[in-house]
Design a protein around this ligand. Structure first.
Ligand code: SAH
Length: 458
């Protein structure tokens, strides 16, 4: 970088332009946007320059240049379009202590004027060190299009609010406030012709009120995956969320319902594979809520079913944070709905087990003998890998090999698949399931009670 970009404070300072033709006029157009005292030395100035002088916008000296013209000028322009005259300006102005730009003469110039995108007070300066003026113009055109005309207004109004906004805690809360102003609230006010300062006041009040509220965590059940199976409470929590921390089981269609400004964090917990340790998830919730955020901890199904809910609540209690639980539809409910069966049924089973055959420590033992009795029903979570082992346990404890078993994969999602099997064929039926699957022990799809292992298109 041969040329170091700076923004010069010109308020109340003198700037000299020597020359009265087109080159001088072009530079003057820029300089007159500043608060500098602009001095022009020209023997025969163009009419524009005469007019500006008449309006009192610049001081016009109708004469040849003399030493001392650039005294107290931080910068001077040699813009006479005459090499000998420009060389004289360079010599004299430099002797007066000014930095000199010789228009269209990169080599002799001590500084160059960049291409400018002007959204006063927001100014973007583009320089290519004279290498690529066409590129500079292209970049300028792109920036002109990208920066809405209201940018300057928004920045100007914001300036008066910097002190007031200091009432918000430094860091994320302040950043969130300004981001909302520049991204949505500000442009909307300009577009609707509303008072931008009043909008900013209201927005600041809103953010201050939000800061005063202590953070809160909603432990929300997202249901099995169909957005329509969310509760109204879950939707409302998502609408208001500042931060959403979700399991991998929660599909994109549901995350899209979160407030647009919400930070979405995946805490991948699928039971197997890489996942965020529970302690990190707890710490994440606590960190955000302690800063006043409304956190939604979004879990597949119901948070109270194989959801490690208690560990998360304990962490929140330990941090003195408030929380509430929003129940969701658990996978077992979605799975029986998919096959048109009930979890309980008069004279068949008056109780139902929700069990997992596999947890982080390995296979989980149960009272298999009790489950092996005719008519018993269980919804088995995270059961695919343990299917063969479970099958062995149940058969060993006297369960009939033809006990109906149904594997419901991706219940309540577009990819839902139902495999009707029996205890004898459970391992094979579970073997080719890929997505999350619930094994319904003791239940067959309605109307297929006698069907052997086969896939049912529902
Ligand atoms: N809290 C969740 C369960 C989490 S454990 C709930 O209430 O549903 C994860 C297990 O849930 C998966 O291994 C799978 O057995 C089951 N599961 C979750 N979503 C499912 C879905 N859409 N279809 C089938 N099984 C699902």
């Amino acid at each position: 970088m041969n040329h170091f970009p700076v923004f010069l404070a010109l308020e109340g300072r003198r700037v000299l332009v020597v020359g009265g033709g087109d080159a001088a006029v072009a530079k003057l157009r820029l300089l007159l946007k500043t608060t500098a005292h602009v001095n022009v030395v020209a023997e025969s100035p163009a009419p524009e320059i005469e007019a500006w002088a008449a309006e009192g916008r610049l001081a016009l000296h109708r004469r040849t240049q003399t030493p001392g013209d650039a005294l107290c000028c931080p910068i001077a322009y040699a813009a006479s379009e005459d090499a000998a005259l420009d060389a004289a300006t360079l010599r004299m102005a430099a002797a007066d202590g000014a930095l000199v730009n010789v228009v269209d003469d990169l080599e002799n110039s001590q500084f160059i004027t960049p291409a400018i995108v002007d959204r006063n007070p927001v100014t973007v300066a583009i320089g290519t060190e004279g290498t690529a003026p066409v590129l500079a113009r292209k970049i300028k055109a792109e920036l002109e299009a990208a920066l809405p005309p209201a940018t300057g207004t928004l920045a100007r109004v914001a300036k008066g609010f910097r002190k007031l906004a200091d009432a918000l805690p430094f860091g994320a809360p302040r950043r969130r406030f300004w981001a909302e102003y520049y991204d949505t609230a500000g442009p909307r006010a300009v577009e609707r012709g509303e008072d931008v300062a009043a909008t900013l006041h209201a927005l600041l009040d809103e953010h201050l009120a939000a800061e005063a509220r202590p953070g809160h965590v909603d432990l929300v059940g997202a249901g099995p995956g169909d957005p329509e199976l969310l509760t109204l409470k879950a939707r409302r929590a998502l609408d208001r969320a500042d931060v959403v921390i979700h399991d991998r089981l929660v599909p994109a269609a549901i995350l899209e319902l979160a407030r647009r400004e919400a930070t979405i964090v995946e805490a991948g917990k699928t039971g197997f594979g890489p996942s965020m340790p529970q302690e990190s998830i707890n710490a994440l919730m606590v960190r955000h809520a302690a800063r006043g955020a409304h956190v939604v901890r979004l879990k597949g199904g119901d948070p109270a079913v194989f959801g490690r809910l208690d560990e998360e609540i304990e962490a929140l209690d330990a941090a003195g944070l408030s929380w509430s639980v929003v129940p969701g539809i658990t996978a077992a409910s979605a799975a029986v709905a998919a096959i048109g069966q009930s979890l309980t049924k008069r004279r068949r089973n008056a109780s139902v087990r929700l069990l997992t055959a596999h947890d982080m420590e390995g296979f989980v033992d149960h009272d298999w003998r009790a489950l092996a009795r005719p008519g018993e029903v269980a919804g088995i979570y995270m059961g695919l890998r343990a299917a063969r082992w479970m099958q062995g346990r149940l058969l060993m404890h006297g369960a009939a090999p033809d006990t109906p078993v149904t594997v419901v994969e991706n219940a309540a999602r577009p990819e839902q698949r139902v495999r009707a099997a029996t205890l004898a064929t459970l391992a094979e039926a579970a073997g080719d399931a890929a997505g999350p699957a619930l094994i319904l022990f003791g239940l067959a799809p309605r109307g297929r009670a006698e069907a052997p292992a086969m896939e049912v298109a529902l």
